[in-house]
Design a protein around this ligand. Structure first.
Ligand code: NAD
Ligand code: NA
Length: 396
């Protein structure tokens, strides 16, 4: 079949498997071109199929020769559609890692589910042994707790006064005036249940109980803080409250790991990037498209793979992590450079529906989104048939 992009608002309804393979290969090529790095050798990645989790996995495997076990929530091909980009990322990652002589395993399922956790722990015991590093990189809107029947949904709202601003609608390629209401206390609690540190804590405790963490094991979770400009939406938004909980969990886990395996836990504060998850955050998109333009202009632009390579190559993750006074590893140093933020703060208020394509890197933003789903990549023949029988035979 011939696969074309299908956008509904900011959601991609199709993906191109060959494009996904090529985008993954570009990440692998980037890491190989940078050169070998010292990384942990056996790594569990929760949220391994896209964004930061996938880029970390590529940097670890192809930079440091790590064996990796990935957990993610993705869809394979069926009568309903071609499946999700993350599905193909998993399949092609495993192929490439195995071709390089590395172990690579995937479990597709809900990382919050005790059944999935039990399966992963059994697999690790059977095939991997003790783990040197656990990466927590889930981005989701929902967490179900089977034991109690509870189901939590996260919301992207503010905790202060309602905020108004422009958001990019990718389908319409237009700005949309959006207002972000104030969350109720229940919505804040629910968002924290989903995107805070509880899931991370459960995993580390389960791995400790199963004696699956190696001496000196490290665990990190991806996080974001952002500048003053986005604070009403991000830092003082429901997601920001959840991230605060995640950071508090890091400190708690750090003590627990110190006392048990002599290990360490910390959050990694990354830069804002286009991922499947981030395009949903209202108002952030205009800031992000402007940030991309300014960072490309001053030569500091990075994608997920550049960030994750730098994480292990120069920020000591997995070895001696370079942490700030709040025990956070900062990968947002270039984004938060004061001169850059001053420039952004000047331009941001002048952006409107007529000039946003010129004032921001809208084209780059749209390209990055399409590329997440395997589209808009040079070198992929989009007029060629994709053999879905072949695709259905791929295994994550
Ligand atoms: P993403 O959507 O690309 O990746 C999310 C991953 O989580 C995918 O592998 C997905 O399959 C997996 N997942 C979702 N729900 C799951 C579930 N129930 N069980 C198992 N796996 C599940 O998102 P991302 O942007 O890479 O986000 C990862 C982390 O990085 C998040 O904590 C996010 O807040 C953080 N972060 C993102 C940005 C950004 O700008 N995108 C910046 C800094 C930090
Ligand atoms: Na991820």
């Amino acid at each position: 079949m011939i696969i074309t992009p299908q956008l509904a608002g900011n959601v991609a309804r199709s993906c191109h498997p060959i494009g996904c393979q090529q985008a993954l290969q570009a990440q692998i090529d980037y890491v190989r071109a940078q050169g070998a790095i010292t990384t942990p050798k056996r790594v569990l990645i929760l949220g391994a199929s896209s964004g930061f989790g996938l880029a970390a996995r590529v940097a670890l495997a192809f930079g440091g020769g790590a064996d990796t076990y990935g957990v993610s929530f993705e869809r394979g091909p069926s009568e309903k559609g071609v499946g999700s980009a993350g599905w193909y990322n998993n399949c092609y990652f495993r192929q490439a890692a195995e071709a390089a002589g590395l172990q690579a395993a995937n479990t597709i399922g809900d990382a919050f589910s005790p059944k999935v956790q039990e399966k992963v722990i059994a697999d690790l015991k059977a095939d991997f042994g003790q783990i040197d590093m656990v990466i927590y990189s889930l981005a989701t809107g929902r967490r179900d707790i089977p034991a109690t029947g509870e189901s939590f949904r996260s919301v992207l709202k503010t905790t202060g006064a309602p905020v108004e601003g422009n958001t990019i609608n990718l389908e319409a390629q237009a700005l949309e005036w959006t207002s972000i209401p104030t969350a109720t206390s229940e919505e804040i609690t629910h968002t924290t249940k989903v995107m805070g540190g509880e899931g991370w804590q459960e995993w580390i405790e389960a791995l400790l109980a199963a004696d699956l963490l190696a001496p000196g094991a490290q665990t990190l979770a991806f996080s974001y803080l952002g500048p003053e400009l986005s604070a009403p939406v991000y830092r003082f938004g429901t997601i920001g409250v959840a991230k605060e909980h995640l950071h508090a969990t890091a400190n708690h886990l750090n003590e627990q790991l110190q006392q048990t395996v002599g290990g360490i836990a910390y959050p990694v504060v990354a830069k804002a990037l286009v991922t499947k998850a981030s395009v949903f955050i209202p108002v952030m998109s205009v800031y992000l498209a402007l940030l991309m333009k300014q960072m490309k202009a001053n030569g500091t632009h990075e994608g997920c793979i550049e960030q994750c390579y730098r994480l292990f190559a120069t920020k000591g993750a997995g070895q001696q992590p370079v942490l700030d006074e709040d025990r956070q590893l900062r990968l947002d140093d270039y984004e938060l450079a004061p001169s850059l933020q001053a420039e952004i703060a000047k331009i941001y208020p002048t952006i409107n529906g007529d000039n946003f394509k010129a004032l921001t890197d809208f084209d780059g933003y749209l390209h990055d989104f399409m590329a997440l789903n395997g589209f808009d990549l040079a070198g992929v023949d989009y007029s060629a048939e994709v053999d879905m029988t072949e695709m259905a035979a791929l295994k994550p």
